[in-house]
Ligand binder design. Structure first.
Ligand code: GCB
Length: 599
């Protein structure tokens, strides 16, 4: 226990130069700092030496500066830079963003500058002074700028760098586009001096009648009155903060309508703390594992899942708005899913909140993807910081059923140690979700005639994800109907990836992988779904992937052109043959689960 505490402290101090974020940024009094920002491309990293963040202008006759934010490139925030200018399509390096904004700070209130995400690392300067650094492209961070912000005009500069490095997460190479930029909303949030910093309001893991409540005020001060109200349940919980400014308690409920994929019920919840008041919709559900089944509210559920990247293929850019979330989630929903694996990193809050309203369970993960340096303590601490930021942001989203800690890792003492720390860190915040990782180590054992996997780390997880590309990266050793599985037989197993590439509109041989045809991809889907009937502990399926996505891994000049073509839907939004096979499979699964005798 002591070891965990020390580790967490190290994480916090090394990784987060900015402080932990306030919960529910979108439920606060804020001003968006989105829009067109001025930008300077700094290929050779000279901006720091030139102090571009001071935004100086020549005054005397002999003054000049070899940079200016005025009259140059302008970039939309939120947004990746790659899709905004042809020269930036492949750019990996530094871009300085700058903008003016007016502020009217209220005496006795605090001003918080909140970034939804900046990809990948950044330094933030306000009115010429460095105020924070952050690393990690998919999670929020904030800076309390009460002491720096001025009435009237302020100048905000963000130095953003997306260079891939060995110690980064993800590291040197990964199968998606390395978008750079201020990729999510930037907000200036106004809160009372002592405000509701954090809360975690959730149904107790194994109990449908108890809501556990934790609230932290921003100041470690005792004697502050805090209340949590759920008017539709006619419930109000009240307590007085302890010396840490925190309260904890439980609310007993009867006849709670639990959130479920078929009935995504959300309740208005209001948290009052001192002079602060925050409201949002929160749902309550139980998610558990019993033997090889995943139970939602006590009912076994087959997870009909799909993955997508945070990318709008038609725009060749990162998804970052409410409309983008609608586009991605409606296409997923048309497939008949009840779950989405948000690949391979925490995605924006619009997507998470809309999925929750639509009744879609989420698997959210951090980008611990192949190639992570497990030997490096600092990398481990970064991963731990990312996991903490992800869980903190979304712990009140009942749609999130799974926290994913890794994708495709190989057994080693260093790997085990690294991932164990991650799970311990996660569980120190949240024990109400299932912890999962995806593995690509399933092999066919010729002697036994079964598919098996040798990785004892699976013992540490609630649910096992298996990525297996039969018929694509792996030729079939036996026909699909003879492919018997014996993989973590005591735990629920989700096929977290399978699939193959096809160019939309290309017809070709159903038997030839290199035809890159919709016909071969369709056959591959039929074969894999047939094989899955022989996986006794199968609790869910997640094809890879909903849309074709951009990836520098993919060189083939006519079939790929920089796109991973495993999408069920093309980059232009056209559905391939395999989409219909998957839709029919999910329809059947859904109808089966509605059958009173089969679940
Ligand atoms: C995988 C990875 C995924 C890749 C996919 C592929 O196993 O988890 O990120 O994009 O394979 O297409 O090879």
């Amino acid at each position: 226990m002591k070891r965990i505490t020390i580790f967490l402290l190290v994480c916090a101090s090394l990784f987060l130069h900015a402080s932990a974020t306030l919960i529910n940024a979108y439920g606060r009094d804020y001003k968006m700092l989105n829009g067109r920002w001025d930008a300077i491309i700094d290929l050779y990293d000279q901006g720091d030496r030139m102090k571009v963040y001071e935004n100086r202008k020549p005054e005397g006759e002999t003054d000049f500066y070899e940079y200016s934010f005025d009259g140059g490139l302008r970039l939309e925030v939120p947004g990746d830079w790659n899709s905004q200018s042809p020269e930036l399509k492949y750019y990996e390096g530094t871009v300085w963003y700058g903008r003016h904004f007016d502020a009217e700070p209220t005496p006795g209130q605090r001003s918080i500058l909140y970034f939804g995400a900046v990809s990948y690392r950044c330094n933030v300067y306000l009115n010429g002074k460095k105020i924070a650094s952050h690393e990690g492209g998919f999670t929020p961070f904030e800076i309390d700028v009460t002491d720096e912000i001025k009435k009237g005009d302020n100048f905000l500069v963000v130095e953003v760098n997306n260079r891939r490095t060995r110690d980064a997460i993800p590291a040197l190479a990964f199968d998606w586009w390395n978008y750079g930029g201020i990729t999510r909303d930037v907000m200036l949030i106004n809160v009372p001096d002592n405000y509701v910093k954090d809360y975690f309001i959730r149904l107790r893991k194994d109990n449908p009648d108890v809501i556990d409540v934790d609230v932290s005020m921003s100041r470690p001060e005792s004697g502050v009155k805090v209340s949590v109200e759920i008017p539709d349940l006619k419930k109000r919980f009240e307590a007085i903060t302890d010396d840490n400014g925190q309260i904890s308690g439980e609310i007993k409920v009867k006849n709670l309508k639990r959130w479920a994929p078929d009935a995504p019920v959300l309740y208005d919840v209001t948290i009052n703390g001192g002079n602060d008041r925050v409201t949002e919709e929160i749902g309550f559900r139980n998610i558990n594992v019993e033997g090889t089944k995943i139970l939602i509210n006590g009912e076994p559920q087959f997870m009909r899942c799909i993955s997508f990247h945070e990318e709008i293929p038609q725009r060749l850019g990162r998804a970052c708005t409410k409309d983008d979330a609608v586009m991605l989630l409606s296409e997923a929903s048309d497939l008949g899913v009840n779950m989405i694996r948000l690949a391979h990193y925490p995605q924006n809050e619009y997507t998470v909140r809309l999925a929750e309203k639509m009744g879609i369970v989420l698997w959210q993960e951090i980008p611990v993807w192949q190639g992570i340096d497990f030997e490096d303590d600092a990398t481990r601490e970064k991963a731990c910081g990312m996991l903490t930021e992800m869980i903190n942001r979304d712990k009140n989203r009942c749609a999130v059923g799974f926290w994913g800690v890794a994708n495709e890792t190989k057994p080693s003492a260093a790997r085990n140690n690294f991932l164990k720390h991650l799970i311990e860190t996660g569980k120190s915040i949240d024990t109400t979700r299932l912890y999962v990782a995806a593995f690509d180590l399933v092999e066919y054992d010729k002697n036994r005639g079964v598919f098996t996997m040798d990785d004892s780390f699976t013992e540490n997880l609630d649910v096992i994800g298996v990525n297996k590309y039969m018929g694509w990266y792996h030729p079939w050793p036996v026909t699909p109907d003879k492919a018997v599985w014996d993989v973590t037989p005591d735990k629920p197993l989700i096929i977290s990836e399978f699939g193959g590439e096809a160019l939309y509109g290309q017809s070709g041989s159903r038997d030839t992988v290199s035809s890159w045809s919709e016909d071969y991809q369709a056959r591959l889907y039929e074969d894999n779904l047939r094989m899955m009937e022989n996986i006794p502990n199968l609790a869910g399926v997640s094809p890879w992937i909903l849309f074709d996505f951009r990836s520098p891994f993919r060189f083939h000049p006519t079939n790929q052109e920089g796109w991973n073509r495993k999408g069920l839907v093309s980059d232009r939004g056209q559905r391939k043959k395999a989409w219909y096979i998957m839709r029919d499979f999910y329809n059947k699964k859904r109808n089966l689960s509605h059958h009173p005798l089969k679940s």
